[in-house]
Design a protein around this ligand. Structure first.
Ligand code: 5GP
Length: 114
């Protein structure tokens, strides 16, 4: 069951965000607490709480999100590489219950994460 989150409020322009991309299905904005020189969140406007809640009917939307991520990374000139992260649930470190993809880049990123 989807609930209202800070991200749905950003979609509805009820709270401000540094929005860098929007279409009918997707919104992308800069993370308020960046963990890298480039840290962008890409979300579906549809309030899917987490990846585990996505259904087969969301397949086209999820594919679209990945192609938008690729486009944004190119526009941000992350030519030397970048990381795309989806935190899912408590052990995944998810803090906002609206599916989101982190794009992190602009520096070397260690692996594995903590
Ligand atoms: P999670 O930990 O759920 O994967 O990531 C949530 C992300 O949302 C965090 O990186 C956090 O900094 C970011 N965030 C939380 N609240 C806001 C907000 O109000 N505005 C923006 N732009 N980012 C936020």
């Amino acid at each position: 069951m989807a609930t209202d989150t800070i991200f749905t409020k950003i979609v509805r322009r009820e709270i401000p965000a540094d929005i860098i991309y929007e279409d009918d299905l997707v919104l992308a904005f800069r993370d308020i607490a960046p963990q890298a020189p480039v840290h962008i969140l890409v979300i579906p406007k549809k309030p899917i709480p987490k990846l585990a809640d996505a259904s087969p009917e969301d397949g086209e939307l999820l594919g679209h999100l990945l192609l938008i991520i690729k486009q944004i990374a190119a526009e941000e000139k992350l030519d030397n590489g970048y990381r795309v992260v989806v935190n899912n649930g408590a052990d995944g470190g998810q803090t906002v219950d609206h599916l989101h993809f982190h794009i992190l880049g602009g520096r070397y990123l260690q692996w594995p994460p903590g």
